[in-house]
Design a protein around this ligand. Structure first.
Ligand code: ADP
Length: 568
């Protein structure tokens, strides 16, 4: 660009020089011709006046001869006396025998009184200006001088011309370079800034401070950059928001184009489908190894479906797909994966719970119904008494069962409990006071060590229920006569600890992991009248207190339950 501007400026300057110089020379030459013409005209007049040419006799040119050395600008004037037939009567330089009537100036002078012309004389090798004036006696006086028009290529001028040309050229190059600098620098600055912006530096601005169009261009460019930066900032902000929403979603979201190439995929979708690398731009079907999902993605009819996948781990999904538009055109689809494994499991557990509850309730009810019906036909008092006892026991079991179910469901539904500050040892003391009678009835010894006076925060009634269930079990599953139940309440490493130890029946190893399940009872033949809900209730209460429960048990040696509850 620099060279282009420079060369076009130089060409323009040269062209201007040529035009201006030629015009100037032309004007000069015209002026010179005009002046010379005037002078020749005066000379003609002078000659005619001085010599009274009108009276001149043909052979008497003595007077004229005296004017032979007449000069204009130091150049000898050639003058010729011609008659009206064009015959030269006198010539101060040489008498030509040629007829001059065809000469332009002569013709014009004969016709109009005066005439002039310019011709090249090959003899003198110069241009001559001829001026002819018709005298009263129809003679013509014609004078001429060589006219030296100014030409560039004239040897004397050529040096000056070249010098001037060189100076003008140097000056114009200097000016052009300055001009080029003025134009190029802002353009280069804009180019530099644009390049940096394309590389991602949107904060950069052009430093163009001129007050011309380039300055305005620079300002417009900077304004445009401001707008661009703002827009990019908005886009990035939007994208970050969308990305963080997608990242934090617990459903998998995948956007694919019309060729099933992945446009976007969130981490949840990656983990649900077991995808461990970025698959943006790649075909989703190559990475999903599940027949059902692939079929669902390829077919048009169904838009949502529940699918079970086995890889990477067994899960239940609810898949939905919806069309994606860029305003007008369909550009792909968005697929969402919702992991419904837990929902299904909870649903299954609920239905199992209902089945278990119905089953558990049915047993004592059937028993009560059966004995009550039979009772009508029993006459024997002793048998009646026995039947009534059974009915009473079963009714009590039924009531315990219903009570436990209610307690469990109230804990499970996480009804907001009161938050009290209480001393756990005192609560355990209360439980023991209630339980002592049944223990004494079975000759079971209860020992209580309370080494804790610190309070814990939580629902006091629930903690009471926890203690009651554990101590009740310890007594229930102790051996009569030699049974000892040791209860200890103490603090350890920021935890409140409660241990309930018995030397009773113990729990078989294979059952230990299941005793906290609802309605789970070890060996139903123990016939202790339990509901199988006591430890499920305990587990939930411990969870509410953010604590943990551990169990150690040896068959026929005894069981120890340890509850740890953090103070905060
Ligand atoms: P249940 O109402 O039958 O006692 P739990 O949920 O309280 O139900 O206990 C579940 C099972 O764990 C019981 O059936 C019992 O066999 C066993 N178990 C609980 N506590 C003890 C214990 N201290 N000693 C021996 N077995 C126990």
């Amino acid at each position: 660009m620099k060279n282009k501007i420079l060369s076009s400026v130089i060409i323009t300057v040269l062209f201007a020089i040529v035009i201006v110089t030629s015009s100037f020379m032309m004007l000069m030459n015209l002026e010179e011709i005009k002046n010379t013409k005037e002078e020749l005209k005066n000379v003609n007049y002078l000659i005619s006046e001085l010599n009274n040419i009108t009276d001149i006799s043909h052979n008497d040119y003595e007077n004229l001869k005296r004017l032979n050395d007449l000069k204009i600008n130091n150049i000898n004037v050639r003058f010729t006396l011609i008659d009206n037939n064009g015959i030269v009567l006198y010539d101060n330089e040489e008498k030509s025998s040629e007829n001059h009537s065809s000469r332009l100036e002569v013709k014009d002078a004969l016709e109009k009184g005066e005439g002039y012309s310019r011709r090249y004389s090959s003899t003198i090798k110069a241009n001559f200006l001829y001026y002819a004036t018709r005298l009263d006696n129809n003679l013509l006086i014609r004078s001429s001088v060589p006219i030296y028009t100014i030409t560039i290529l004239h040897q004397e001028n050529i040096m000056y011309c070249l010098l001037i040309l060189a100076l003008v050229l140097i000056f114009s190059i200097f000016l052009s370079l300055r001009l080029v600098k003025k134009i190029i620098e802002p353009v280069k600055e804009l180019e530099r800034v644009t390049l940096k912006m394309t590389k991602g530096d949107y904060k950069i601005r052009a430093d163009v401070k001129t007050n011309d169009e380039l300055g305005t261009l620079g300002n417009s460019f900077n304004n445009m950059a401001d707008q661009l930066q703002m827009k990019i900032h908005e886009v990035i902000e939007k994208q970050t928001k969308i990305e963080s929403i997608l990242k934090s979603m617990e459903s998998g979201v995948i956007a694919v184009d019309n060729h099933n190439r992945v446009i976007s995929i969130n981490p949840c979708a990656e983990s649900l489908l077991g995808i461990k690398k970025s698959i943006i731009g790649e075909c989703l079907l190559d990475y999903v190894n599940d027949y059902d999902i692939n079929k669902f993605l390829e077919q048009e009819e169904e838009n949502d479906k529940e699918i079970k996948i086995l890889h990477p781990i067994e899960r239940d999904f609810k898949i939905k797909k919806s069309e994606m538009f860029d305003g007008v055109e369909n550009i792909g689809k968005v697929i969402t994966f919702q992991d419904i494994t837990d929902i299904n499991r909870v649903e299954l557990m609920r239905s199992q719970f209902v089945a278990n509850v119905s089953h558990e309730l049915k047993t004592p009810l059937t028993s009560i119904k059966g004995f009550a019906e039979t009772l009508k036909f029993v006459k024997d008092d002793e048998t009646r008494e026995k039947f009534l006892d059974i009915i009473d026991k079963e009714a009590e079991r039924l009531s315990r069962l219903i009570n436990d179910i209610l307690v469990l469901s109230s804990i499970e539904s996480n009804l907001i409990a009161d938050v009290d500050e209480f001393e756990p040892g005192l609560v355990i003391e209360e439980v023991l006071n209630i339980m002592r009678k049944s223990a004494i009835n079975r000759n079971i010894k209860i020992e209580f060590i309370n080494n804790n006076t610190e309070c814990i925060l939580g629902d006091r009634d629930k903690f009471y229920q926890l203690g009651l269930n554990l101590i009740e079990n310890a007594i229930k599953y102790s051996k009569d006569i030699s049974g000892i139940v040791e209860v200890e309440s103490f603090s350890k490493d920021e935890y409140y600890c409660l241990t309930v130890k018995d030397n009773g029946l113990g729990i078989p190893k294979e059952d230990i992991s299941r005793i906290f399940e609802r309605f789970y009872r070890v060996d139903k033949s123990r016939k202790k009248g339990g509901t199988g809900l006591g430890l499920a209730i305990v587990k939930h209460i411990v969870k509410i207190f953010n604590g943990e429960i551990n169990v150690k048990s040896e068959l026929e040696e005894g069981t120890t339950f340890e509850v740890k509850i953090p103070y905060v």
